[in-house]
Design a protein around this ligand. Structure first.
Ligand code: BGC
Length: 763
């Protein structure tokens, strides 16, 4: 291969692929996001993908066997879609609940994060598909994410932020790692020879490819010398022509390119997309969801007694958020809402909306068609849509240069009266209903970020007095971007005539008063929890808190279901009979919710992150860089390690979660690094328990009071006693010093129990 071809092979050819190199037998490498499903190279509604529960949910299962199965099913999705490398998992940490991608990371604890990440990788790779463990490293928040320089001391970096990557590399030997946007201690991660060549490859023996995050590679020479193998996306990445020139100028030795090409060849030698058996993805999505649902409180109202009349309340009960936003979003071929799930399970439900999580108008519920045309009005292609939203990114289904307009059209099943229609997107639009023009003009972006119009599109609302069902059409004139990534994203949105929120809350309260049980589903929205920005508040959006309090005031059997990927404040938590977290539960979430509420399944989740009562109590909330620098001044005191030190009680501690039975922890026996915990199911039902083992040094010195050292799951029948044995890794008693890892001698107590909270632990 000549120099130009080698250099070209290392940079993206488009949004998701590398160029093929037939002369050395390499096809074009296809990558795809992301952690909970596989979009495929064509990310569009016409090419649906299985949507599993969000990463926080996976971690909430604390079950490496189950997570491995998730990885296997994702590999099957990759094989089906011809994807060689899945851009996942994300093993950054929950440094603070304000982190915008908190829902996409597993936990605040490095061990739990690493173990869940390793199981995920093992599952995907056992299916013949590669991964990129991301985002290496210290990409724990989103503010100024492309450029922020994280200043963090070496010991903290090793013991916290690098630790999950190290565990995954050593345990699951991933075939790829993604270098992050941010810098660490002054060096951008795509150029960080110290961490990529020194630590990742040198110390840990990583032998896979290092790929840039999207547009994160900014300098051919520094990236090539820093250890970055592949620069994504393309065309126009810093690899390709700039890299070839750097070699000719003597700035980069050609052997470095040979090494990178060899690594790419080695990756292809590992990938095997041949067909093979795999389990049913939808059934697994339902099983994982139920096992991840985390029951925080329960006065006995759950599981529901059969025959109860249920008032189901809340916008997310009918329109749930099943996946997070950004890279973690896929188009599933169907989703099951709480209302549909409970109805299908035969529960006697009456639905009232009460309050919404989002003030924006949702994409119209209709079977629509997208018609792409060129400037002469010639049809370039027609594509079915599942609703009024269209999202094409990267490889478009029609030639981008020829594309002039895209029209979304269909029959909208509107109720007679004042409907709200909305144009969502950036650029020129014409909206018509039954041939009448309702809007003809431009919608401008809210932010400068070129992708903002794609991920966070503005809306223009129009009130229209409609006679009933109407033929609607929204034509968007495409403004061509000068350079990739190319995308077309806009939506025709619709809201039926409805009372004001105040009136809807009053109706919901009346419905709750009449019912035996009120189930209120509340949640976050894509405006407050997504990729690309951090959160500024942990409050539930809109009037949802008021809704819960008012319902709870009239019905003592009020169950609150929280549909959010990360912590929210729950000021009403002592007013309600039960609180169940369902995270972003994936496409089968509604069925899983019915399973858990009726008792067909036990909620299996335990908190992978400390749940604060209020944002102000959180020990770490700073996500805003100063002059481009974000200092991790809190050092190693993050999550429960910090809560313990500050002595503030959270609303619910790390590791907390109730099932439908009770447990007694009878005995902890320690034999070297082996710990055997004996426990008894003391309740009336068969149950599963997550056995968490913590170490607490007698003299913590500058270390936390206690930390997670091992965990496993077990199951027992009523009255049954079981023993489980876990091995404490040596690393659990080591600290990072100037001389490397060193064990700290001294006495350690070994604790196990219902959470990290000292009051629930047994020695
Ligand atoms: C995200 C990555 C993702 C990539 C490709 C980036 O903005 O940070 O997690 O894999 O886009 O979609």
């Amino acid at each position: 291969m000549n120099l130009d071809r080698k250099a070209a092979l290392l940079g993206g050819q488009d949004m998701w692929t590398l160029p093929a190199a037939p002369e050395i037998g390499l096809p074009s490498l296809v990558t795809s996001d992301g952690p909970i499903g596989v979009r495929g190279a064509r990310w569009m509604a016409g090419d649906p993908a299985l949507a599993l529960p969000s990463p926080t949910a996976l971690a909430a299962t604390w079950d490496v066997g189950l997570v491995r199965r998730a990885g296997e099913v994702l590999a099957a999705e990759c094989r089906r879609k011809g994807v060689h490398v899945l851009l996942a998992p994300s093993v950054n940490l929950h440094r603070t609940p304000l982190g915008g991608r908190h829902f996409e990371f597993f936990s605040e604890d490095p061990l739990l994060t690493g173990e869940i990440g390793a199981a995920y990788v093992a599952g995907v790779q056992s299916g013949g598909v590669g991964v990129t463990v991301k985002h290496f490293v210290a990409n724990d928040s989103e503010t100024e994410r492309m450029t922020v320089d994280v200043q963090v001391d070496e010991r903290t970096l090793r013991e916290l932020y690098l630790a999950p990557f190290e565990l995954v590399v050593r345990k699951a030997a991933p075939w790829g790692v993604m270098a992050a946007y941010n810098g660490v201690n002054g060096v951008p991660m795509c150029e960080h020879a110290g961490l990529i060549e020194g630590v990742l490859r040198g110390e840990w023996g990583f032998d896979g490819i290092v790929m840039s995050d999207w547009t994160a590679a900014r300098d051919a020479v520094r990236c090539a010398l820093g250890g970055l193998d592949l620069a994504m996306p393309g065309p126009g990445s810093v690899y390709g022509e700039p890299l070839a020139r750097a070699v000719l100028e003597g700035l980069v030795p050609e052997e470095i390119l040979d090494l990178k090409v060899a690594r790419l060849k080695a990756l292809f030698a590992r990938v095997d997309l041949a067909d093979r058996e795999s389990e049913d993805g939808a059934a697994l999505a339902r099983e994982i969801a139920a096992r991840s649902f985390t029951l925080l409180t329960n006065d006995g109202v759950l599981p529901l007694d059969p025959g109860r009349k249920v008032a189901l309340i809340g916008g997310p009960a009918a329109d749930p958020r099943v996946t997070g936003g950004g890279s973690a979003m896929v188009f599933p071929d169907h989703t099951v809402s709480p209302l549909e799930g409970l109805t299908a399970a035969g529960v006697d439900v009456a639905y009232s909306r009460g309050a919404d999580a989002s003030a924006t108008v949702a994409p119209a519920v209709m079977a629509a068609t997208a018609t792409a045309r060129d400037a002469a009005g010639r049809v370039l292609g027609e594509f079915p849509l599942k609703d009024g939203a269209l999202l094409w990114l990267g490889t478009l289904p029609v030639p981008y240069e020829e594309l002039h307009t895209v029209e979304i059209s269909g029959v909208l099943d509107a109720a007679p009266g004042w409907n709200t229609l909305a144009v969502q997107g950036v650029g020129r639009f014409t909206l018509e209903a039954n041939g009448r023009t309702l809007f003809d003009g431009a919608v401008r972006p809210d932010a400068d970020d070129p992708l903002a119009g794609f991920f966070f599109p503005p809306q223009h609302e129009v009130l229209a007095d409609l006679p009933g069902p109407v033929v609607v059409s929204l034509v968007h004139t495409v403004r061509h971007a000068p350079e990739p990534p190319f995308f077309v994203g806009f939506a025709l949105c619709h809201r039926e005539p409805r009372p004001t929120t105040g009136r809807m809350i009053t109706q919901a309260v009346e419905a709750a008063r009449e019912a035996d049980v009120a189930v209120v589903v509340v949640g976050t929205s894509k405006e407050v929890e997504s990729e690309g920005f951090d959160r500024t508040s942990l409050k539930l959006p809109g009037r949802q808190d008021e809704l819960v309090s008012r319902v709870a005031a009239v019905n003592p059997r009020t169950v609150v279901v929280v549909n959010a990927g990360s912590p929210v404040e729950m000021p009403w938590r002592d007013e309600v009979a039960a609180i169940l977290l369902t995270w972003f539960p994936g496409q089968e979430g509604g069925h899983a919710l019915a399973d858990v509420l009726t008792g067909a399944a036990e909620p299996g989740g335990r908190l992978p992150t400390t749940w604060p009562a209020e944002l102000a109590d959180c020990p770490v909330i700073n996500v805003t860089p100063e002059e481009g620098v974000l200092r991790y001044d809190e050092g190693r005191f993050v999550g429960y390690r910090a809560w313990d030190r500050h002595g503030t009680a959270p609303a619910f501690p790390f590791g907390h979660g109730l099932g439908y039975t009770t447990w007694s922890y009878d005995e902890i026996a320690v034999d070297g690094l082996e710990v055997t915990v004996t426990l008894t199911n003391t309740g009336p039902r068969p149950g599963r328990e997550v056995v968490q083992v913590y170490l607490a040094p007698d003299e913590p010195g500058d270390r936390p009071a206690r930390w997670l050292a091992a965990f496993t799951t077990c199951a027992a029948q009523p009255g049954e006693t079981v023993s489980v044995t876990v091995e404490i890794p040596r690393r659990a008693v080591e600290v990072w010093t100037e001389r490397g890892w060193e064990a700290v001698p001294g006495a350690y107590r070994v604790l196990s129990g219902l959470s990290v909270s000292p009051t629930r632990l047994k020695i």
